[in-house]
Design a protein. Structure first.
Length: 292
């Protein structure tokens, strides 16, 4: 069993991004600018945005956050999106989810200029991804593929089982793993809450991507020997330790790891790749690689 070290890979990629940003600055050009819209004070969202700001500073990007109270109206938020769409100093931006219930998240996402949609959630980018055209790929799925690539994990002809069909992770990563590319060329089974005989399917997986949102859901009896396991879940579980909690994923690491050829830890695996992928998308937006 080998751990897939997301921290090591993320640091390697950030060093390369920083080198490219330094070249831009040395040429006396404006560095890439990643902005974020944050509505309300959800703790998880606050943590993610703080991590994004830190990562931007580390690689030499400009970072800005537009903070608004949870009471902001949908129309007011759409006007903020319109402003960032036309701001030439902002190369890419995200709208942090979830949004308050009175705001239609789909309407907000559809309002984003696809050329600045570095989260890869706009229907245009999702459609281009489905068709195998150049697009901004959602950060977590992109990070998963990067990890598989960096570790040289064979994917062609393998059976990849994805647990969870969210638009943020499950659905896009299933598209990435099935496309004609490296990594890719998998036969993909996308499972969800209505899937019957789930354990029978997961035991067939050569590569198992768990993004089902339930702590410890995947257990040792649900996987075969030699499986590659990618754990996307991250959950804070209260306990009697000094910190009062521990972090775990969707996979029961203790029972699954001994049967795995490769496995991502939680923390230290996929999560660290998400922001790196966001930085890579921002660099692409800056260079107009997708929409020239």
């Amino acid at each position: 069993m080998e751990l897939i070290d997301g921290k090591k890979i993320a640091e390697e990629i950030k060093r390369e991004i920083a080198r490219k940003a330094a070249e831009i600055i040395d040429a006396e050009q404006t560095p890439p600018h990643l902005a974020a819209i944050l509505v309300g004070n959800d703790p998880a969202s606050e943590t993610y945005i703080a991590s994004k700001e830190k990562a931007c500073r580390a690689v030499g990007f400009t970072s800005s956050v537009y903070r608004y109270p949870a009471e902001i109206s949908e129309q007011q938020l759409l006007e903020v999106v319109d402003f960032l769409n036309t701001d030439e100093e902002v190369h890419g931006f995200i709208v942090q989810l979830p949004l308050p219930r009175h705001i239609d998240a789909n309407k907000v996402i559809e309002r984003i200029n696809p050329a600045k949609d570095v989260d890869g959630f706009h229907p245009v980018n999702v459609g281009r991804l489905a068709l195998g055209l150049p697009s901004y790929v959602p950060a977590t799925p992109a990070g998963i593929v990067l990890l598989l690539e960096k570790y040289g994990i064979e994917t062609e002809g393998k059976h990849c089982v994805v647990l969870g069909r969210s638009n943020i992770v499950g659905t896009p990563v299933s598209l990435l793993m099935s496309r004609k590319a490296v990594p890719g060329n998998c036969t993909v089974t996308l499972c969800h809450s209505k899937t019957t005989n789930l354990a029978e399917i997961t035991r067939q997986a050569d590569i198992l991507i768990a993004a089902i949102g339930q702590p410890g859901f995947v257990t040792g009896d649900m996987v075969k020997e030699g499986v590659v396991v990618v754990d996307v879940g991250i959950h804070r579980i209260e306990d009697n330790s000094e910190k009062g909690y521990h972090i775990t994923g969707d996979v029961d690491f203790k029972s699954v790891a001994p049967k795995s050829s490769y496995i991502t830890p939680v923390p230290g695996g996929v999560g660290l790749m998400t922001i790196v992928s966001l930085l890579l998308n921002t660099l692409k937006a800056y260079n107009r690689e997708i929409y020239s």
